[in-house]
Design a protein around this ligand. Sequence first.
Ligand code: IVH
Length: 672
Amino acid sequence: MSDAIDPAVIKRIEQLRAQLHQHNHRYYILDDPEVSDAQYDRMMRELIALETAHPQFYSPDSPSSRVGAAPLSGFETVSHTVAMLSLDNGFDDSDILDFDRRVKRQLRVEDEIFYTAEPKMDGLAVELVYENGVLTTASTRGDGATGELITDNVRTIRTVPLVLQAGDNLQIPEILVVRGEVFIGVDGFRRLNEQRLKDQLPPFANPRNAAAGSLRQLDSRITAKRPLEIFLYNVGMSSATVPESHWETLQMLKRYGFRVNPLIRPRITISQVLEYYRELSANRHQLPYDIDGMVIKVDQVDLQVQLGATSRSPRWAIAYKFEAQEETTRVMDITVQVGRTGALTPVAHLEPVKVGGAMVSRATLHNEDEVRRKDVRIGDTVLVRRAGDVIPEVVKVIESRRTGSEKPFVMPKNCPVCGTRVNRDKGEAVTRCINSSCSSQIKERIKHFASKKAFDIDGLGDKIVDQLVSRGLVKTFADIYRLDRESLIGLDRLGPKSADNLIRAIRSSRKISFSRFLYALGIRNVGEHVAGILADKFDSLAALMESAPEEVECIDGIGGVISESISSFFSLAENRASVRQLFDAGVEIYRNIRSKAGALEGKVFVLTGSLQRLSRAEAKQLIEHAGGTVTGSISRNTDFLVVGQSPGSKLDRAKGLGIEILDEETFKKMVS
Ligand code: IVH
């Protein structure tokens, strides 16, 4: 290497580093990018090329360290400057009220204390040390006194600033020690596991394990490929003066360029804290990341100092935990359920256990390959998980609890309901009962047909359907419309009044939108979303039935597999007959809802909560037809937030950004 360094190269390296820091900040922290991903990548590649050619310019705070460094042989340990404490836990309101009383008693005050309430991130605590504004070390919590040095790994997290942002009245301290939680979001987790399955690697059990595994990689180039994120929530130490309240400290962290959870509620009373807890636990499954509770902190820093800490945890903070979403229990049996498309699903029968606030006694095992992959056997002790409304599932077997008497599951050769020989196609994971008149298939088809997103027949629940099919009163969809009061009154759990209500609900379900109708038919691979696309492209059912598979296949978002399912569905005479009989029974598809073309050109919408008159797919269809787009999360680019019942956290975020909020009525007027 020559000694004479071209000053233009130095200048270019410095320029690229500054620009990449800035773009990174705009993209990941402000959510407001100025350049495209491709432009960013080009600049990064140029920087890496220059740095590789001129290694004397190596610098740990270069944005190029985001791609990872050479692997380590082990982690060094570091002592934390100030111990990283844990938190006391509370599990119900009275624990939290006790905490409030303790705080007041110790401070000898009777007035309200103000708290800051934060979502408790379910990830891993880390400590970041900035010297003169540059990230120099990052470590895990470890035992609280010493942790492991994971600086190279943390540098790869895009939301961690490598250098602090300076600003008006914001001086960069010589030393700043900040703490926060590293985590993987719900989407990132899903994509990561999909990729791992494709690569024949075992998937992670949950986002927390995935984050832990990613952060403790000796090869930071692997970490760089994992969708890690961070929220900062505390200052451990600063050589400059820090604000007088926790909330202002968080604002200061934001100005330095750190990501701080936007859902943190500042300075609220203990009763508002309890209210917020309820709101948060109701919306937790709509959040893009897992939280396991709420952290409540005394806001005023001088009061925090007065309260002090025990050896384990501060006296000025407490965690209010949600009910656990994962529990261990025993598999008593594994049976097989037959679904509406004939799919045989193995189901684990569990010793009943409370998970996420509800008793769970069954969990799906998805299919034969899943049972084999997880190696779940009858008698095993397993970890089960239930998140929100999703069906409980077996996460993994606790192998250390095996006794040797466990029995492996064998997929039956014949349908357990109708006895027909089952079939599993090559390359397919699903085993099916191929008898479409199998009573289990009929029951499940009818349940799907009557469900909320389909014909939405109030009162036609699972127990009633089971009886109607078992007694031979309903075999086809159209049979529902031929039911009369007399035949209904004979059923268990159905008095004359409920029978009348049910008849009324059946009658009024006859007028239906095209997309709901399509969804209700239960065509394989045609869910709510696909049904919405099809209803948008075709003017009528006849047009769809007459279309060539190649035509359907070319539609954006459809493809070969779906178009094949559709054509094979309509090629069966019994399916065509079942549709015809529905029309004969008085079912009527109302005209496609069409919005004014172009009226919303370029507008960006986000939807939250449940809409009363429209399904999500229908709302999306309306917006897109009018030239708008629908995205999943609020950003500065969002124009409108459409709010239904029990909206999620998007509402808060939209309000924070001053985005226009529409209720369902206003939205409908706007699009039609
Ligand atoms: S404050 C001294 N705030 O919870 C205060 N912790 O159970 C220490 N956590 O080790 C922590 N979200 O990993 C705080 N908003 C939040 C948090 C949070 C998650 C984790 C953190 C801590 C653990 C204690």
